[in-house]
Ligand binder design. Sequence first.
Ligand code: HGY
Ligand code: MN
Ligand code: MN
Length: 423
Amino acid sequence: MATGRGTSSARREAGGPVADDFEAMWSTLAPVGRSAASGGYFRQPWASAEGELRSWFVEACAQRGLRVVGDGLGNLVGWWGEEHATRPDERLLTGSHLDSVLDGGAYDGPLGVVSALAAIDRLRERGVVPARPVGVSVFVEEEGSRFGLACLGSRLLTGATSWERARELRDRDGVALPDALEAAGLPGPGPADPDLLAGVTTFVELHVEQGRALVDLGRAVGVASGIWPHGRYRFELTGTADHAGTTRMQDRADPMLTYAATALAADEQARLRGSRATFGRVEVVPNGTNAVPSRVTAWLDARAESEDAVTDLVAALEQAATRRAGTDGTTVRVVAESVSGLVLFDPDLARRVAADHSGGDWPVLPTQAGHDAGVLSATGIPTVMLFVRNPTGVSHSPAEHAELPDCLAGVDALADTLERLCT
Ligand code: HGY
Ligand code: MN
Ligand code: MN
């Protein structure tokens, strides 16, 4: 985002209070969980920075007179317009997440939450009286950066994942999910929890685009057509610990070699198949400089246009690892940790939202990034996503950014969309 003099001119262009509201909220959040070293964000769920963000959200809702409800996990919704709604059972929900990946960007998640609050400010300024209650939601652990399961908060909320399964999850330090919740002062899901999605018949998520489609099209706002299927798979490669100096090369069973061959195979296979494969996280035991490792654990993030293509890609990589293990004298075990199916958003809703805007219909684009919107759509709630231009396309990085005028165009687009859908 532009800073300094640029913002004041953008504010003048944008016109008044909502730009101020957006910028005021944005600058309040900017320092929370930000690393001085990298400029990236560490807003892992049920840890201090993310807790600060959730407190900020409750306060921002209170300032707007939104009725806040939360569940035992920390998912939150602030409701507006319930008292006058003539269609009280057709609740319109918009929102996103506040947690980040490790060393992530400022926009992935928070842009959707801040824009939703600013959009309600804008609707109020326009004197809109919503026929449907309009809610702003925050879903916890969307990134799965702590407990490994993507969209954990919305999956538990929709029943896509059971608490019986989730309660067994542990973070990298071995902390069990119930203990993390307790440390954050949260009871965990329980029978007394309100159903935050009761009566929700439409969900809208605004998100910074994680790609370059809009910048290449020269457009500030777009609409999602769907989300590629994707998954996270843990490769457990086991060898034999040994001395780095006295052990001859031919006498070793080194899992690091099995990992290296698999990582190269992932790159080759993804390129051949037009898919995506990433090993971004590796743990080595004992991780010593002068010891052949006993174990290497590597997490594969695999994505492709169809569910079969993801399955085939992962199978091909398991075969490549197993083949190499035969040479290395190591063993391979692959465990699926998080699987997200193909999402096709409601095409009529996408067309209706994208149509008839001053700059022409908003472009409708696929994405390879997962979102809570995908989870809600999969449970049958008609869902639409709005994307805001990302000038570099970079995301899941401290370098992720969006220009203020585009962010304000996103607020406008969200306000227009909510107005279309709630009046
Ligand atoms: O990883 C994803 O696709 C998303 O950014 N959580
Ligand atoms: Mn993300
Ligand atoms: Mn996101």
